[in-house]
Design a protein around this ligand. Structure first.
Ligand SMILES: CC(C)(COP(=O)(O)OP(=O)(O)OC[C@H]1O[C@@H](n2cnc3c(N)ncnc32)[C@H](O)[C@@H]1OP(=O)(O)O)[C@@H](O)C(=O)NCCC(=O)NCCS
Length: 163
């Protein structure tokens, strides 16, 4: 298991787009038609002012990332993934905490996200972080798969076991 102290979070740079897109394809979009978060889309997200792309590094290698869009009152967590070799080390939680603190600073009160309804690992992860199930959204993914929408209010930073 990776020691949390060895995990560094930073904003993504344009040169990270291809690796982030690959992680999306193989960890999040696997089995879905097409490649939604392809490198050009990720690169565009990195440049957008209302979108935050953050990566987690261990020994200067990207091990996880998250993409979130900031609205006036809501943050939409569009993508989150951690490489299989580094899952269950606290990286996913650190990424969500980091975005949440940014949301708090921006005056945002709600975090929303969708995940594939059959993604039980991620579902447990979000439950652990205090998210609640809102509703199912049929055909959300390329008309192929149902999504589960989850949400929770933005909270002040709490001492984390992982840091
Ligand atoms: C979901 C995901 C982002 C979680 O990231 P992670 O870094 O492994 O999660 P953490 O280590 O921060 O987990 C925090 C807690 O969440 C819970 N949790 C995480 N993954 C879990 C799983 N697969 N099953 C059950 N509980 C889980 C645990 O309580 C865990 O704490 P613990 O390890 O001390 O028991 C990661 O598994 C992943 O990238 N999956 C593939 C892509 C994906 O499904 N993305 C989300 C949808 S977009």
């Amino acid at each position: 298991m990776t020691a949390p102290a060895a995990i560094r979070l930073r904003l993504a740079r344009p040169g990270d787009a291809y690796e982030i897109a690959l992680m999306s394809r193989y960890l999040v979009e696997i089995g879905l038609r097409g490649w939604f978060w392809h490198p050009e889309r990720v690169a565009k997200a990195i440049h957008l002012r209302d979108t935050c792309v953050v990566v987690a590094e261990v020994k200067k290698r990207i091990t996880g990332f998250a993409i979130a869009e900031f609205g006036d009152t809501k943050m939409h967590l569009s993508l989150l993934a951690v490489k299989a070799t580094h899952q269950r080390c606290g990286i996913g939680r650190l990424l969500v905490d980091w975005l949440e603190q940014s949301a708090l600073t921006a005056g945002i009160t709600l975090i929303e996200l969708e995940l594939r309804a059959n993604n039980f690992g991620a579902r447990c992860f979000y439950h652990t972080l205090g998210f609640q199930e809102v509703r199912y959204v049929p055909d959300y993914y390329r008309g192929q798969e149902t999504a589960l929408r989850m949400a929770r209010g933005v909270r002040h930073a709490q001492p984390s076991n992982a840091s």
